[in-house]
Design a protein around this ligand. Sequence first.
Ligand SMILES: Nc1ncnc2c1ncn2[C@@H]1O[C@H](COP(=O)(O)OP(=O)(O)O)[C@@H](O)[C@H]1O
Ligand SMILES: CC(=O)OP(=O)(O)O
Ligand SMILES: [Mg+2]
Length: 414
Amino acid sequence: MPKSILAVNAGSSSVKITFYTLENPPRTIADASISGITAPPPTLKYQQGDKKHQEEVKEKLSTPQDTFKYLLQRCFSDPDLSEVASVDDLEYICHRVVHGGDYRDAVEINDETLDRLKGLEDLAPLHNFSALEIVRLCKVELPKVRSITFFDSAFHQTIPEAVRTYPINQEIAKANGLRKYGFHGISYSFILRSVAQFLNKPIEKTNLVVLHIGSGASICAIKDGKSVDTSMGLTPLAGLPGATRSGSIDPSLVFHYTNEAGKLSPASTSEMHISTAEDILNKQSGWKALTGTTDFSQIAVENPPSKAHKLAFDIFVDRIQGYIGSYYVKLNGELDGVVFSGGIGEKSALLRRTLVDKCQCLGLAIDDVANDKGPGDEETVKDISKGSSKGPRVLVCQTNEQFEMAYHCAYSRS
Ligand SMILES: Nc1ncnc2c1ncn2[C@@H]1O[C@H](COP(=O)(O)OP(=O)(O)O)[C@@H](O)[C@H]1O
Ligand SMILES: CC(=O)OP(=O)(O)O
Ligand SMILES: [Mg+2]
């Protein structure tokens, strides 16, 4: 029986796993995810072929490891899923790790690399913890399967020095790795390849402004197929606001918010040393703080249910508009397209229309019918620009981080 690839995408509030055939390009075998881990009850979504299923999870899943094991067991026990019935059917496990420090490429897990990754956990405990817990579990419990970690930050290693450097004491900055790293790079890599192919252009000649906007949101300027700037920074907190994140604020706000801000958060454990300020700005801000919901589909509506919902929408539009303007200038106005992706970018026609209207001066124009319809299930990239538009294309791309990891895993093997 041919072996397969398992791709794991562990976030702070969800764990998604997808099985692929080990061929180039890989083919999806089955897909399972659990979301709402931090806002119970968690929900399981499962898809295998035409079979789609969703249910509330009754079991208590208190750790990322429990969640991962539950998902794995769920897939292995499906009698219709003969291609992956046990760990013996797996050749590789690809893990999405958000913060990869100075790593430029994916890394195979062994004792030495796992030790180096431990160092990164200190730089980004909030974002790497879940993924690395699962990496450790796989090493112990699935020792015969090769684990490869892919980093969100690797795509942004091309960002020039003046863009990635913070104007602080450089000795301290270098000793502590304090610089802009940028994230969502696995997604940007998928989007770049898909959009270049769609536009029939070589990747190295493709210039884009890409929005990856989901519960975490960022934007990236791509020049000649390389990231030249992105809105997230040392951590995924910088830049755009998100479901529970403030995005960029005046750093001094931390000192005025509460005099407890510098202390360790009650949620900190021996493995996760996070301060109250980090906890507040990462987990208790954004849409949740403004409106009470983390679900942007309740905010991006023609008639918002409250002034707070309208304000949250307007804040998001304002911040994104600012970045599009800035990146348009950084790319010297020579861009092939503006790309919307991530849960909000792919699904909210209202947000896309509002933003494109606000960026008319850059030559962006949208076809309302194509925009309202959005991409079909099987459509990776859709052009929603107005037919007569001479400006940059406006595109929607249904991103797929799990596929991107499996693709590189299969490609580097062949
Ligand atoms: N129709 C919609 N309109 C606006 N936002 C939506 C819509 N559907 C989903 N979303 C938003 O997309 C988010 C999920 O984005 P996604 O990129 O899948 O998440 P994650 O960042 O967790 O990977 C949801 O939290 C929700 O806010
Ligand atoms: C980097 C990051 O913010 O990831 P996510 O959008 O999955 O939370
Ligand atoms: Mg995501």
